[in-house]
Design a protein around this ligand. Structure first.
Ligand SMILES: CCCCCCCC/C=C\CC(=O)SCCNC(=O)CCNC(=O)[C@H](O)C(C)(C)COP(=O)(O)OP(=O)(O)OC[C@H]1O[C@@H](n2cnc3c(N)ncnc32)[C@H](O)[C@@H]1OP(=O)(O)O
Length: 316
C-alpha cells in the first residue's frame, strides 16, 4: 500500500510533468548560466540538453558540512521546481569527489548545529535518491562514505581511474545508517554489499567497475560528463512521468522507511555520536587526517628521491 505522503508526492510529480514541463523548461533555457548557492554548490544548465551540471565546491575535499548540505538541498529543490531534464553531479576538486561527512561536524559537536546538520543530510538523501529527474555522477576523484552515498543515489556513475569509492564507516568505528546501507543494497549485489559494509571497504576504480558500484570508467572529467550526458539522453525518448514513477516506486520503500522514522534516526545518530568510544575513534581519525596532510610534502619528497635513485640504478 502506498502512504498518503507518497501518493501526494506522485500526484505532485504528475502535475509537474504534465502541466509545467514546457513552460518551466523555457525559463531554464532563457536563464542558461552558472548559478551559485553561496559558491558551495555551482549549477550550470546546458542550453542544448537542459541537463544541469551540479558541482560540489568546498575546497579542499568537499567534506559535507551543514552549509554545503543546505546549499545542495536547496539546489535539489530548484531542479525539482524547474522540472530539470537531468542532473550530473561532480566536484570542483581535481582529486576528490567528496570526502564524505565533515568529521568536524561529528567530533565534539554543538548539539543544536548537529541536529540541523543531520536533518540536512536526511533532506539531501531523500531529495536526491527520490528525485523525479534522472541523475548521474561524474566521480572525478575519491568518494569515501558520504561521497559514495551521494554517488550511489544517482542512477548512473562514471568514475576516473585510480581513485577509491566505498562506505568505510566501520573502519572509523561507526555504523552506517540503515538508509546508507539501503542505497548500497540498491546498487550492488546483496552479499557483496554486506561484505563491503562490514569491512568498510574502499574500492579502486577498476574493482568498483567489476562490482557494479560504478557503471563506466572515463579518461578525464570532461569524458566523464560526456558519458553521463549519453546516459541521460537515453531518457529523452521515455515518457517523463513513466520514468519518474518507475524510479520512485523502485526506491519508495527505502525512502518511506526514513520519512516515517526521521526523528528516531536522528535520536539514533545522537546516541551514536554521544558514545565516548565513537568520539574517541573520531578524535583519532581527525588527528590521523591532519598528520597525513602535514606529512604530504615529506612523503612526496621521499617518492621523488626514490625515483631519482631508481633511474640512477637503471643507468648503472
Ligand atoms: C544513525 C546511526 C548512527 C550514525 C553515526 C554516524 C554515521 C556517519 C556516517 C557517515 C560518516 C562519514 O561520511 S565520515 C567521513 C568519512 N570520510 C573519510 O573517511 C575520508 C577522509 N579523508 C580522506 O581519506 C582523504 O582526505 C581523501 C582521500 C578524501 C583526500 O586525500 P587528500 O590527500 O587529497 O587530502 P588530505 O587527506 O590531505 O586532506 C586535506 C584536508 O582535508 C581534511 N579532511 C579530509 N577529509 C575530511 C573529512 N571527511 N572531514 C573533515 N576534514 C577532512 C584533512 O584533514 C586535511 O585538512 P588539513 O589540511 O587542515 O589538515
Amino acid at each position: 500500500m502506498l502512504s498518503s505522503k507518497f501518493i501526494h508526492a506522485f500526484t505532485r510529480q504528475i502535475y509537474h510533468t504534465n502541466l509545467i514541463t514546457s513552460a518551466t523548461f523555457n525559463v531554464i533555457k532563457k536563464h542558461n548560466s552558472t548559478h551559485t548557492k553561496n559558491d558551495l554548490v555551482l549549477v550550470d544548465v546546458n542550453d542544448k540538453t537542459g541537463f544541469s551540471i551540479v558541482t560540489l565546491n568546498r575546497p579542499p575535499v568537499n567534506s559535507l558540512n551543514l552549509e554545503l548540505l543546505s546549499a545542495f538541498s536547496s539546489v535539489l529543490d530548484d531542479l525539482h521546481k524547474n522540472n530539470s531534464r537531468g542532473m550530473i553531479l561532480t566536484s570542483s576538486s581535481s582529486t576528490v569527489f567528496s570526502a564524505g561527512l565533515d568529521i568536524n561536524e561529528l567530533y565534539k559537536p554543538d548539539m543544536d548545529r548537529v541536529r540541523k546538520f543531520w536533518t540536512s543530510l536526511q533532506d539531501c538523501w531523500i531529495k536526491l535518491y527520490g528525485s523525479s529527474f534522472p541523475t548521474a555522477a561524474a566521480i572525478n576523484g575519491h568518494a569515501p562514505a558520504g561521497g559514495c552515498l551521494f554517488a550511489m543515489c544517482c542512477e548512473y556513475r562514471v568514475m576516473l581511474p585510480k581513485y577509491t569509492i566505498g562506505l568505510n564507516e566501520t573502519q572509523l568505528g561507526i555504523v552506517a545508517p540503515t538508509w546508507f546501507m539501503a542505497t548500497m543494497k540498491n546498487t550492488i549485489p546483496l552479499r557483496q554489499a554486506e561484505l563491503a559494509l562490514t569491512l568498510g571497504k574502499m574500492f579502486k576504480t577498476d574493482d568498483a567497475l567489476k562490482l557494479g558500484l560504478i557503471d563506466e570508467i572515463a579518461e578525464n572529467k570532461e569524458d566523464a560528463i560526456h558519458k553521463c550526458e549519453i546516459f541521460l539522453k537515453k531518457y529523452q525518448k521515455i515518457p517523463q512521468t513513466a520514468r519518474a514513477l518507475t524510479k520512485q516506486s523502485y526506491r519508495k520503500n527505502d525512502i518511506m522507511e526514513l520519512e516515517n522514522n526521521r526523528e528516531a534516526d536522528l535520536q539514533l545518530f545522537f546516541l551514536a555520536i554521544s558514545d565516548p568510544r565513537v568520539q574517541s575513534s573520531l578524535g583519532k581519525y581527525v588527528a590521523f587526517l591532519k598528520l597525513k596532510s602535514r606529512m604530504k610534502p615529506i612523503l612526496e619528497a621521499v617518492k621523488f628521491l626514490k625515483g631519482i635513485f631508481k633511474s640512477k640504478k637503471k643507468k648503472n
